[in-house]
Write a protein that binds this ligand. Structure first.
Ligand SMILES: *[C@@H]1O[C@H](CO)[C@@H](O)[C@H](O)[C@H]1NC(C)=O
Ligand SMILES: *[C@@H]1O[C@H](CO)[C@@H](O)[C@H](O)[C@H]1NC(C)=O
Ligand SMILES: *[C@@H]1O[C@H](CO)[C@@H](O)[C@H](O)[C@H]1NC(C)=O
Ligand SMILES: *[C@@H]1O[C@H](CO)[C@@H](O)[C@H](O)[C@H]1NC(C)=O
Ligand SMILES: *[C@@H]1O[C@H](CO)[C@@H](O)[C@H](O)[C@H]1NC(C)=O
Length: 374
């Protein structure tokens, strides 16, 4: 009785941490409480065998292996009960088909980041509740489509950053539950209409930064659930077909030369709009007519010569950044915006027109303009 009691005490609170640290994991691994469970993170070190953490007597929910020398994942080596596994920069070569057997029914989030040996492992076949799959920075040549088809139906979030893709991955069609997709840093030129129309009612977030898109396909306006869209650093010249329920829109670093009156159609929820670094020369007078909720507007480093009169439709704007727009001048022709500037409840306005701050111009100098120009 006494012995049992002592062991029980030993395995409570911080003693569990010490026990795990000393007896169950290599010294390179840190053990942290994660709610009622534990998170183990192993960074670097020289160990190349899988850490012996399966029989530690407490349940681990999160396991992260970073910059280790582990190349083999033996059968049933991954602990039971895990919900999250992250592999970052490991030379994995030999993953036993049964490596994940003990956590096959509990794992929800799986990340391989520069760790796989060119193929999707058969071992992934076992997962039944996988919710997130991150394959960023992998160089995959064998996509193992039967495995992707098997696990695709439960996965909601897919991250495919820097995979060296040169076209749209058609296997995404297997991911029928998807709500969030990241395909940053690939050479994708076209998003297929068929895919957009298939996920139209469910996709909430789409990140496609640093790719080679030159236009926004018409079917993109069919993404009726989408709230977050990042198409920054592409080759887009013309703004159109933005989905209607967007709240955050990133279009910085594109080739947009004009924001026209029809660029943004009905977008009542758009709050955050970033247009930095586009060679825009004009913004139509009605351009923001249909985006009344914009709260933050960033248009730095553009070729605008004038402060857009269209700003007067943004009555909820609190942050406006037009800095680094070297061609910008403020003249009495824009002084009509003064009333709008003064009506804003709170705002931060950054940027200069010529040698004066835009803010100073509208709050002081515009008052001296002849009223006849209004
Ligand atoms: C540990 O996990 C096993 C199986 O997943 C479960 O039966 C057990 O209750 C868990 N123990 C704790 C302390 O959470
Ligand atoms: C991949 O891992 C590296 C660390 O080595 C990290 O900086 C990077 O953000 C990770 N990539 C993604 C997309 O998570
Ligand atoms: C993407 O295209 C650029 C040239 O446009 C090329 O230099 C680069 O290697 C390509 N990257 C991939 C991953 O295909
Ligand atoms: C958008 O969806 C509608 C209704 O489902 C469909 O008729 C139309 O063809 C779709 N647009 C495109 C460009 O695919
Ligand atoms: C924008 O300005 C840059 C430098 O000021 C210039 O090289 C470029 O041609 C301009 N683009 C347009 C579309 O006016």
């Amino acid at each position: 009785m006494v012995v049992v009691f002592i062991v029980h005490c030993l395995l409570m609170g911080s003693d569990v941490l010490a026990f795990l640290q000393d007896s169950c994991t290599p010294p390179e691994c840190d053990v942290e409480p994660n709610g009622y469970l534990y998170a183990v993170r192993c960074v670097g070190g020289t160990f190349s065998a899988f850490p012996i953490i399966r029989n530690c007597g407490v349940n681990i929910s999160v396991l992260s292996l970073e910059n280790t020398l582990i190349s083999v994942l033996p059968e049933a080596s991954i602990p039971a009960g895990l919900s999250t596994i992250t592999f970052i920069h490991n030379p994995l070569k030999n993953i036993h088909v049964g490596a994940f057997d003990y956590c096959a029914r509990t794992l929800e989030e799986l990340t391989f980041n520069a760790s796989l040996d060119g193929e999707i492992p058969n071992a992934l076949n076992k997962f039944v509740y996988l919710r997130l799959l991150d394959l960023s920075n992998e160089k995959i040549t064998n996509w193992n489509l039967p495995v992707l088809q098997k696990i695709g139906s439960t996965v909601k979030e897919v991250r495919l950053t820097n995979l060296g893709l040169s076209s749209w991955p058609t296997w995404l069609n297997y991911f029928t539950a998807i709500t969030s997709l990241t395909v940053d840093g690939n050479n994708v030129t076209v998003i297929p209409d068929e895919w957009l129309n298939t996920v139209g009612a469910q996709l909430i977030e789409l990140n496609l930064r640093s790719s080679l898109l030159s236009r926004l396909p018409e079917a993109m306006s069919n993404l009726t659930a989408l709230t977050f869209l990042d198409l920054s650093y592409n080759l887009i010249t013309h703004v159109a077909n933005i989905p209607p329920h967007i709240t955050n829109l990133h279009l910085e670093g594109n080739k947009i030369v004009e924001i026209g009156d029809a660029s943004f159609m009905q977008m009542p929820y758009l709050r955050y709009l970033v247009l930095d670094g586009n060679p825009m020369t004009t913004v139509g007078a009605q351009a923001f007519n249909n985006t009344p909720a914009v709260d933050t507007l960033s248009m730095t480093g553009t070729n605008l010569t004038r402060v857009p009169m269209a700003l007067s439709d943004l009555t909820d704007l609190s942050i406006l950044d037009m800095s680094n727009s070297v061609n910008l001048v403020c003249t009495c022709a824009e002084s009509g915006l003064q009333t709008w500037f003064e009506g804003q409840r709170s705002y931060y306005i950054t940027g200069q027109c010529g040698s004066i701050d835009i803010y100073t111009f509208f709050t002081t100098l515009a008052k001296d303009c002849p009223t006849s120009v209004f």
